[in-house]
Write a new protein. Structure first.
Lengths: 305, 322
């Protein structure tokens, strides 16, 4: 065997599609009921999370101000006044979970934006030029891949000052390797196509060919991995915040609400259960949407037996 | 085979060297890493103890390249000492390694024994409701936050059912014979392993399904059906064998996920492995231990990949390793 790595199929690559039938994409996606429902849920979470944050910043608080302690209302169980109960400082859990939504969403989107940008650039340069550029970049990717990813995220997060943007950057900077391999694989196929040869023949430079001609055609699978990546990033943020290396109190994040609630678990199950459900539902919505997109883009999946 | 293993190990060496450089760089990102910079004395977050330790361990008075060389020498000879108790950082990590390997092995067994049957079952009902149900279940498993599941499980076991699950053995119990002690130890590995395995089951059952669906569309399957074989024979004797091939490599990718997940799982279950040591080192900013953890974790992943490659050649006789 020429290269020991040749037969290693990367998970992301194994599922990729090369020829993408665009026609009927929406019809195929919409026929997949769970995916359609997830997309609606995803959109709702986005609107509610971002909307709540905007309203909170403008000084209107509903049902309560999630940041202001209310000592008489400590550790109240779910009731009509506090639908999801209150925490040890008397803050309303529903308000805190609603405010925490923007943290998860911002970190999810920013982290994925960073990782897609890096992955796309490294993957396209590597795949387009090939040769020693490709070898060096892919060895670097191999090296990054062999560090257990959560070890890496944790180390970098622990070394930096914890804040929403740092956490997003850390998750993004440690998660681009899959995308780069995906983009590289697309480029390896696309750079040999006739239209790329034609572009080269009329004298287009490498940058123009990469970004104008090839990259747009390589984007659909990247888009799928981005949607899936958001759910991964949200989970990573929750885990980091749970361990205390992510978003710091008093800013509520779903992970640190669970972490804060740990010591009151016997008296206040609602502090643990509800944020966990919020993480689960959000991650699931992004994941099922992403998988639905993947299936809609994959000709093999659409064949009905 | 032997030649292949040697060559793969040689290819792995530069990767490992890269990992050490990267972890050296990350450690230097830490506020303590800039200790040598002018004005560092003004920063109140460096207490004198940490500053002294950093200076001695990391040779901050030397140029960067010399620092790196000296740290590597110390790490390999075991002289690099933990800030916390002055014991050898390499020794501490190696001492915790067997527990984490046992946990990962158990998680691997659970993953394979659940993911393969699920994937095969889903593929055999491709496109029908059973397939969709299994897909949804696996999406749900992927979306569960590990720390939350682990926490719920510990609570349920310890508080509701009074089953001991924390640590590596039931505390304060004398076991009449080594066998029951072993059963007890296995039980203590089992629950954290289940939590670790959940994500792996979800992902690998998806891959198994995809691989099996692909195999079922091949020409030789049509031939097998045409010659009158039963659907069971077609699925298990013809399709399954070919669809197992790519799965072997995916199994190789489980190890990094298990090592990463062990930080959370071991911390919650009070299991004394590498993951918990990592967490403790993070909390105490014990740089030497963090660095050695990164290096040994990566070395384990490389070994896991090598093992997957060898296995791949075993299941597919067409692959020649030399």
């Amino acid at each position: 065997m020429a290269n020991a790595n040749d037969h290693i199929v990367q998970p992301a690559e194994a599922m990729q599609t090369i020829a993408v039938p665009r026609a009927g994409l929406w019809r195929r996606f919409a026929a997949d009921r769970p995916a359609l429902v997830s997309m609606v849920v995803m959109a709702c979470i986005f609107v509610v999370g971002m909307g709540y944050w905007t309203i909170h910043l403008s000084g209107v608080h509903w049902p309560y101000d999630p940041t202001v302690p209310d000592p008489p209302a400590q550790l109240l169980p779910p009731s009509a006044q506090h639908p999801l109960g209150t925490d040890e400082l008397g803050r309303d859990t529903l308000s805190r979970i609603l405010l925490g939504a923007h943290v998860s969403l911002l970190i999810g989107f920013v982290a994925v934006g960073i990782s897609i940008a890096i992955g796309a650039i490294i993957g396209s340069v590597s795949g387009y030029f090939g040769g020693w550029v490709d070898t060096i970049m892919m060895r670097f990717v191999d090296m990054m891949m062999c560090i257990p990813s959560f070890f890496l995220i944790l180390t970098v997060a622990a070394m930096l000052r914890p804040s929403i943007w740092y956490v997003a950057a850390v998750i993004g900077l440690t998660g681009w390797m899959g995308t780069s391999r995906l983009v590289r694989a697309e480029f390896l196929t696309l750079r040999e196509t006739d239209y790329v040869q034609a572009a080269r023949a009329v004298g287009a430079g490498p940058l123009r060919i990469i970004f104008r001609h090839i990259l747009p055609n390589a984007l659909p699978p990247v888009f799928v991995s981005a949607v899936l990546g958001v759910s991964g990033a949200i989970l990573a943020e929750a885990s980091l915040s749970y361990l205390g290396f992510g978003v710091q109190p008093p800013d509520p994040s779903w992970g640190n609400i669970v972490a804060d609630g740990r010591q009151y678990i016997l008296d206040a199950w609602w502090l643990i259960v509800f944020p966990g459900v919020a993480i689960f539902v959000t991650t699931l919505a992004f994941y099922v949407t992403g998988e639905g997109l993947r299936a809609a883009l994959d000709p093999k999946e659409t064949k009905r037996i | 085979m032997f030649k292949f293993i040697i060559r793969r190990l040689l290819i792995s060496l530069p990767l490992l060297a890269g990992v050490t450089i990267l972890s050296f760089f990350i450690i230097n990102l830490a506020p303590g890493g800039q200790i040598a910079l002018p004005g560092a004395e003004m920063n109140p977050s460096f207490n004198p103890h940490v500053r002294e330790m950093m200076k001695r361990q990391f040779h901050f008075d030397k140029p960067l390249i010399v620092q790196y060389g000296l740290i590597m020498r110390d790490a390999f000879t075991g002289k690099l000492a933990s800030f916390k108790d002055n014991r050898s950082a390499t020794g501490k990590v190696l001492q915790r390694m067997p527990a984490t390997l046992a946990l990962s092995a158990m998680a691997m067994v659970i993953t394979i024994s659940c993911a393969l049957p699920l994937g095969i079952y889903a593929a055999r009902h491709h496109g029908r409701w059973r397939d969709r149900l299994i897909s949804l279940i696996s999406f749900a498993l992927i979306s569960l936050p590990t720390f939350w599941v682990a926490y719920m499980l510990v609570l349920a076991c310890v508080r509701l059912w009074h089953i001991p699950v924390l640590g590596t053995e039931t505390f304060g119990v004398e076991f009449p014979n080594p066998f029951s002690a072993m059963v007890d130890a296995t039980w203590h590995v089992f629950l954290p392993a289940v939590v670790l395995a959940l994500g792996g089951i979800a992902v690998d059952s998806r891959y198994m399904r995809a691989s099996m669906v692909e195999a079922m569309n091949e020409d030789y399957i049509r031939t097998a059906r045409a010659k009158g074989l039963s659907e069971t024979q077609v699925a298990y004797r013809h399709a399954l064998r070919n669809s197992l091939r790519p799965i072997v490599t995916f199994i190789g990718y489980l190890l990094p996920a298990f090592l990463g997940g062990s930080v959370i799982v071991e911390q919650i279950f009070g299991y004394p492995g590498m993951g918990r040591l990592m967490y403790e080192a993070m909390m105490e900013r014990d740089m030497p231990v963090i660095m050695v953890e990164l290096m040994i974790g990566s070395a384990l992943v490389l070994l896991g990949n090598l093992l997957a490659d060898v296995l791949y050649a075993v299941v597919d006789p067409r692959v020649r390793l030399d």
